[in-house]
Ligand binder design. Structure first.
Ligand code: 2PG
Ligand code: MN
Ligand code: MN
Length: 505
């Protein structure tokens, strides 16, 4: 173990590894500084997807699980896996929370409203979970089911919503119960920027049947001017011209996303609007909503990681990220623990938010960099943790050239951070949390269309040693679970007892 040297943990969001290709915006970018680090510093490729981090085999990584595992130092069975186990084992059919509500609806004649992202991107939701819920509703003879379908175009290729809506219509027909009542893009329904006007539009569709009136769900897709993400709230009307969907007194609303962060704003808004009307709320997995919404599946414990260890040893850390990724370097890195820790300081960088990130791939990276450099200059802060969001956030637009420029801005930021680290005697550990920008096209077999989603590629993990610090090249396979033990070792601390990862340097 090293004697203990202060450092900086820099998460480059969406920084995956793949060879150069016409799909790879990272190798296409001019990133001389990062190229030099990868060539000269002890580096390794770390697994950031699938079972290595606690996801189902072959599942792309995401920011929540990525940061949780970076912090926990062990794979954490993710919510998608727990839901899948509940379904595959057949236990969902007798899930006490679900059964109680379905029995009540069938006895009293209420409607079940299923609200969720309809794709198989496996980051926020899996449309197959909706299928199982429809089947279960049919088994319990729930008199009516309404599907409020959120279109994706971000975790999966854009312009695929027609196919997913077709799937959902097939699931409804197969179950013999249900109708698609609302279609709306995730840009509205899954806003997490706090823009309540977007959320309100969705709530009004569900509560009052307000929105673009359409006769068939697929008609909604003709009304978007910015792809599947931005399908405006559309309400399907019946033969009598009245919307099929509005939630009525005594109904139940079940949110079918397994990931909380983007649907919780809508869940809370609906909960408030429907208060006092005898509506039951449920969520497929546990959410971080203000409202107490009972989950069908409880989440795993992701505690006992880096944050707990730093707190136990009184090691101060400063956490820095743009608003988009702020929870990731705080709440998720800390094992989904919102407790205020006296030895932690949080810097949430705000600034101009571009409605279209392709026009501003630099985002607010200058401010993030300034905050990192300033924290690095403090003697009382052994560890600075920051997330550089650009590669991932701009990568999600599916826009190759903008993502290339995001990588070039990131390169300059990393250079500035490394200079500050050298001046203050710190090491810098750079790591991706999952892949994204190294694959900006779908597979050729699928017609090679622009792709802004995450990937299953490994991520680079690179240690830039502090001046004079001797470190060996890491050996063997690595995963994100090795990052927390590495950070602790570099700080001169032993891994936490629950960590299964090992120090890489
Ligand atoms: O933006 C998000 O919600 C997801 C993609 O759907 O990305 P990340 O896991 O990086 O937050
Ligand atoms: Mn991420
Ligand atoms: Mn992302």
């Amino acid at each position: 173990m090293n004697a203990g040297t202060p450092g900086i943990l820099l998460v480059l969001d969406g920084w995956g590894h793949a060879g150069p290709s016409e799909a790879n915006a990272l190798t296409a970018a001019a990133t001389p500084y990062l190229d030099g680090l990868l060539a000269d510093c002890p580096a390794v490729l770390a697994e950031a997807s699938g079972t290595a981090v606690g996801l189902l085999p072959g599942t792309v990584g995401n920011s929540e699980i990525g940061h949780m595992v970076i912090g926990a130092g062990r794979p954490v069975p993710y919510d998608s896996v727990l839901v899948q186990e509940e379904i595959s084992s057949g236990r969902m059919r007798s899930n006490a929370t679900l059964v109680e509500v379905l029995n009540r609806l069938s006895a009293a004649g209420g409607t079940l409203h299923l609200v969720g992202l309809c794709s198989d991107g496996m980051i926020h939701a899996d449309v197959q979970h909706l299928r199982e819920l429809l089947r279960i509703a049919a088994r319990f003879s729930v008199p009516a089911v309404r599907v409020h379908a959120i279109t994706d175009g971000r975790d999966v290729a854009d312009h695929t919503a027609a196919a997913y809506l077709g799937l959902v219509e097939g699931f409804v027909a197969e179950a013999g119960v249900g109708q698609v009542a609302t279609v709306v893009g995730r840009g509205y329904a899954l806003d997490k920027s706090g823009d309540l006007e977007l959320t309100e539009k969705v709530s009004l569709a569900l509560v009052d049947g307000k929105g673009e009136a359409i006769g068939e769900p697929q008609e909604a897709l003709e009304l978007t001017r910015r792809g599947d993400e931005w399908v405006p709230p559309c309400v399907v009307t019946g033969a009598d011209g009245r919307p099929l969907g509005p939630v009525r007194d005594g109904d139940a609303v079940l949110f079918t996303n397994f990931r909380s962060d983007r649907i919780q704003q809508l869940a809370d808004d609906l909960y408030r609007r429907l208060a006092g009307r005898g509506v039951t709320f449920l969520s497929l997995a546990q959410y971080d909503t203000e409202a107490a919404i009972p989950p069908l599946v409880h989440r795993s414990d992701a505690g006992g990681g880096l944050a707990a260890e730093l707190a136990a040893h009184g090691v101060r850390s400063v956490r820095i990220a743009e608003a988009e990724k702020f929870e990731h370097v705080t709440y998720y890195l800390n094992g989904r623990d919102a407790a205020v820790v006296p030895v932690e300081e949080h810097v949430r960088v705000t600034g101009d938010v571009a409605p279209d990130y392709t026009a501003r791939p630099e985002m607010n990276l200058d401010r993030v960099t300034e905050a990192v450099v300033s924290a690095a200059g403090r003697d009382d802060v052994p560890l600075v943790v920051a997330n550089l969001a650009n590669i991932d956030v701009v990568g999600h637009t599916g826009h190759f050239d903008a993502t290339r420029r995001a990588a070039e801005h990131t390169d300059r930021a990393v250079e500035a951070v490394c200079h500050a680290a050298r001046a203050t005697g710190r090491w810098v550990l750079l790591v991706g949390d999952h892949g994204n920008a190294e694959k900006m096209l779908t597979d050729a077999s699928a017609g090679a269309r622009p792709y802004g989603g995450h990937t299953t590629n490994p991520v680079p993990a690179v240690l830039v040693p502090a001046p004079g610090q001797q470190v060996a090249a890491p050996a063997g396979p690595a995963t994100l679970a090795d990052i927390a033990p590495s950070v602790l070792a570099l700080l001169g601390l032993a891994p936490a007892p629950r960590m299964t990862g090992r120090p890489l340097w």
